[in-house]
Design a protein around this ligand. Sequence first.
Ligand SMILES: [Zn+2]
Length: 317
Amino acid sequence: MKKIFFIALSIGCIATSCAQKKAKATDYKVDQKSVEATLKFLSSDELKGRMSGTKELETAGNYLEDIFKKNGVKPYFATYKDTLTNYDKATTYNVIGYLEGADPVLKKEFVVLGAHYDHIGIDKAATTLDSIYNGANDDASGTTAVAEMVNYFGKMKNNKRSILFCFFSGEEEGLLGSRSLAAKLKKQDFNLYAMLEFEMVGVPMKRDILAYVTGWATSNMGDKMNEYAGKKLVGYLDVEMKYQLFRRSDNYSFYNEFHKPSQTVCTFDFENFDYYHHVDDEYENMDLVAMTNFIQQMVPVISGMVNAPKGDIVIKK
Ligand SMILES: [Zn+2]
């Protein structure tokens, strides 16, 4: 009986698209199985550490492209693959998807959601059995989080601002993919509202915040994220300056080109995970429940970001 009622309700919703109109970000449930599948595939040995310029990274890129296709997220350029050349003169790709905003005015502004899907490959000098840098936390986890945002916004299509979903290559070689893309977009008069990179979100923080945001003082983004969440969700990390975190991920490429709010959200605090750039940064060492919860908590935050009135998130310095 329940099932029949559910089917009838679903048909009714498709007919009137009421599910899309009335669904709230807080009602949405992130599917842990989907998080698991993406994280597991990206960090699998099969992809050999996802080094830029390798066919294995291209395989990862094709997987991400399929997530765009399944959710009706279109390419921003002629194809999803935004080509660049790395230091070895090898061709590699950012994978870029575009979801147009639903508001006639706000859709001219873009929220960029990014994560790097490349990692550092194989340790050729390894003397142990495991020589693959799987990069589950860095940054298959962030890539998975952005993929879940594609799942959410692709299905709902309730974003007033346009969204550019970016899976970057060459981050590990000096932010190559994001530098190339940000420079290209700048030349095209791209109207950036804000950029948020997802980095290392596979292991929870043992602190009173869910995650920290780099470059906290550069804009009001962190405060606004807490406002959209309706609680204190994010904060800043005490050792941020020491490690120069604001400059160490793809957000910095956008900050440099556009001087608009461009920051990274992260849960790795140098105390909760021993395997940064280590062969043991692998799927088995991720906390899937915590990671799913992190993504779940970020849904209303990103929803607030793409739907906020004009000028809500602003640069400070
Ligand atoms: Zn990273």
